[in-house]
Design a protein. Sequence first.
Length: 629
Amino acid sequence: MDLKSFHRRSIEDRGGFWAEQAGLIEWHKPFAAVLDYSRPPFARWFVGGETNLCHNAIDRHLLTQPDAPALHFVSTETGEERSYSFAELYREVVRMAAIMLAQGVGRGDRVLIYMPMIPEAAFAMLACARIGAIHSVVFGGFASRSLASRIDDARPSLIVSADAGSRNGRVIAYKPLLDEAISLCAHKPERVLMVDRGLAPFASVPGRDLGYAALREEHLDADIPVTWLESNEVSYTLYTSGTTGNPKGVQRDVGGYAVALAASMKHIFCGNPGETYFCTSDIGWVVGHSYIVYGPLIAGMATILYEGTPIRPDAGILWRLVERHRVSVMFSAPTAIRVLKKQDPAWLTKYDTSSLRALFLAGEPLDEPTARWISEGLGRPIVDNYWQTETGWPILTVAHGIEKTPTRFGSPGMAMYGYDVRLLHEQTGEEVAANQKGVVAIEPPLPPGCMQTIWGDDERFVKTYFETIPGRLVYSTFDWGIRDPDGYYFILGRTDDVINVAGHRLGTREIEESLSSHEALAECAVVGVADQLKGQVAVAFAVLKDPARAGTPEARQALEGELMAIVDRQLGAVARPARVHFVGMLPKTRSGKVLRRSIQAICERRDPGDLTTIEDASALDQVRDALAS
Ligand code: ATP
Ligand code: MG
């Protein structure tokens, strides 16, 4: 079938379409209705059906492939490597579930998981799913203040954590951060379950803190059946990345999510049982939830849990893992590829990556030069995909399981089945024509797998997402895009980031893409800065592959001129940045997204705002220094 007909059917015959997809997972009790949309914009999928994420991720494979690998743990930080078959993973998850139950954690209770990338983190997530507890994973890189606000929001009875994580060879002790966070919280968790990796000694709080290793021994032979859950019960809550400000607590269901992931593994990622999936994200992000833990396992694939960076011990590590585990599907982020771009390209061909059918990239705009660089360097297909924490799985991409539509560099692809994607005029709410810019919106109901609501705040859910475009109840992605006549979308930037130069509306992304076509650039960020004459002007910050290219004032000026000329030629003088500043790095969130709002604030001499999710605050000093010089 062709993708467009497949998509059309998913919208015109929602019931029939999703009933079919629902057959990809196992149900304990069949659903009575595919969709209940009696209270827009709240959608309830597979009403009355009973299933379980852990059952679909693990138990169901015990019959067909108990000894097939399910999880490979690789840490280039500590040198550890461990593999678990489905049968072994089952045992570990059941033990973890038994520990939780013994601590009184039950259906609907929250468990906050603050962990590095170790197998126990996945065990904890799957154990929650097994017993119907709601997990709330907080990215292990966050410090106490971010953690505290999430503890207060989730109000967990149990926190699962570890002594430490490690990043770039540096041990980061988690326990002191956790203790501090708990002291800052209004809500006090009853128990803290500690996994001790032996990386950082820690003090235990008697009566509150429990040791995982000892409790695991007590429950070695535990047998904990899955708790069958109604499809619309809550599986987890998870925060958005906080790129635009206050993170939102996304709440997700059970049945819809399981079906959506199973369908995406089939139609989009084309993964088969017995194969290996390698996603370089972190379990603290939605990509990690969907495509490190649940998606691959539901599809019967082995998943790689990787603690490490793309360039340690060397820039060949990702490809060495692909070779070693015969990875068929890989998922990473443009930001990781841009890191590799600053390294010797010979690493891309040093290992046998022929098992790799495709490398999927998401999280940030994938500029054409970066896409070409990695695609040509590896000689493997690259598939951009666009989505959000809120949606749980891709909104825009290509679905090679349906039709081999070609990918187009610069475009994440077409509307995926289930998503009734519209491009709307920000003020009038009317649909824009092909090749016109508009807000990327989704006509509700949102498909299975998408957020149910904001945790504990239905009103904020409706207000934040469905009431921003005048005159209609429609989901806004807060991204700005364009669609070509063939149905390929291009994301031009976030709606907050749109620049208005003398009445011309420009996406920061358009200008960034243009600048990136200069071979000297590794990456760049463009922001709109208030200007008395023009309203706003574009200002660019560029990171060079080789900083020596701007080593002298003359060289810098010449390069700035070249970059401006490129934008002039490609987009017109109106889009030309007023300045191109060279910096060593860009300020990014911990998930690798450029913090344009903070750069903009600094350019306008304002406070950079909420920086709790920033990766390296010294990047802001580089922006300040560049502006001062
Ligand atoms: P917050 O909502 O808290 O400000 P965030 O939007 O960065 O943070 P995420 O849900 O992690 O949180 O990121 C989703 C956003 O990332 C999208 O809305 C879009 O702006 C960007 N994005 C993701 N994938 C792509 C892609 N393939 N191309 C372009 N942009 C992308
Ligand atoms: Mg967002």
